[in-house]
Design a protein around this ligand. Structure first.
Ligand code: SF4
Ligand code: SF4
Length: 301
């Protein structure tokens, strides 16, 4: 099933230090509402079955987002909203808003949570939102963004103490987090494959990757094109038929890095998106990998 991260707006009420959505992309862009509706209809015709409203904070435009979710429901698209829960100040307010979302057909709420988010939003808001989802039967999960340091232990303990559904997500050292000190890690020699969900910006630029990849400014490696100039179908075909993208999904970044000449000792010091940047935000490496793509495809045990 084709899926998409739909960046209706990059505007946010917070300014988290780790935000990957901030960076090269201007911070307060917003898509035209009528154009967004047209695009969603084009998406379903192109076989898109799931849309995640993300990027900035979607609840800043909640009335428009609700209309878009409702449209998705009518045409059979699965929907998710990613939010920092600033709106869930009290259990009562949270219950009311979540009930409305459930009623218009939202499929899932993803609640962002971390020691950076919680500088701007009380963690009880996340608890309120999660409890409201449980009460109304709206599917939810908490995305617990962490750098795996001891500072995050009390944040994780809070989620465990309240028996909430959460999944740790490694902080991505891109956007604002690009200024963080790079942590020294030593991973297993794991494949580092990536599913690569496309990301649509408010300016209608479509990228093959929804996270750090939209910031690869030296190569624009994951840039697919703009929907004002291309059909949705053509851009999805592009991401599905590009031979290097295919290898990222199937072979994984680690083997590509080894093929490109990076030493094994160095490869295991990178988290996935960092390794991806080392390879694909370097013009010479991209040029070489594209030139030697057939040999790379045959690089198997
Ligand atoms: S991480 Fe999320 S909540 Fe924080 S500034 Fe970025 S978009 Fe806003
Ligand atoms: S590994 Fe690469 S393609 Fe995957 S999310 Fe990170 S930057 Fe994007």
């Amino acid at each position: 099933m084709r899926k998409l991260a739909f960046g209706y707006s990059t505007r946010c009420n917070l300014k988290c230090e780790h935000c990957v959505a901030a960076g090269d992309i201007p911070e307060s862009r917003k898509m035209d509402y009528d154009r967004a509706k047209e695009i969603i209809v084009q998406m379903v015709r192109a076989g898109v079955g799931g849309i995640s409203f993300s990027a900035g904070e979607p609840f800043l435009y909640i009335n428009e987002i609700k209309e878009l979710v409702n449209l998705c429901r009518q045409i059979g698209i699965y929907t998710r909203i990613v939010t920092n829960s600033f709106w869930a100040n009290t259990p009562e307010v949270s219950d009311r808003i979540v009930s409305e979302l459930k009623e218009i057909g939202l499929c899932q709420l993803r609640l962002s949570y971390s020691r950076w988010h919680q500088k701007g939003v009380n963690r009880n808001n996340v608890l309120n939102a999660a409890n409201s989802c449980q009460k109304t039967g709206l599917n939810y999960f908490i995305s617990f963004v962490t750098d795996f340091s001891a500072s995050d232990d009390p944040y994780e303990a809070f989620l465990r103490d309240h028996d909430l559904l959460f999944f740790p997500e490694p902080v991505i050292y891109s956007g604002r987090a690009a200024s963080f000190n790079r942590r020294y890690i030593s991973t297993d020699y794991q494949a580092n494959g990536c599913e690569m969900n496309p990301y649509l910006t408010p300016d209608l630029d479509l990228y093959a990757c929804c996270d750090a990849g939209s910031h690869f400014s030296k190569t624009r490696f994951f840039y697919l094109g703009n929907l004002n100039d291309h059909k949705v179908e053509d851009l999805f075909n592009k991401t599905e038929t590009d031979r290097l993208y295919h290898l990222i999904r199937t072979m994984g970044l680690t083997h590509i890095a080894s093929f490109a000449g990076m030493s094994s000792r160095r490869i295991i010091t990178y988290a996935k998106c960092e390794l991806c940047r080392e390879l694909f935000n370097a013009p010479e490496t991209v040029f070489r990998l594209r030139a030697e793509i057939s040999r790379l495809e045959a690089w198997r045990r």
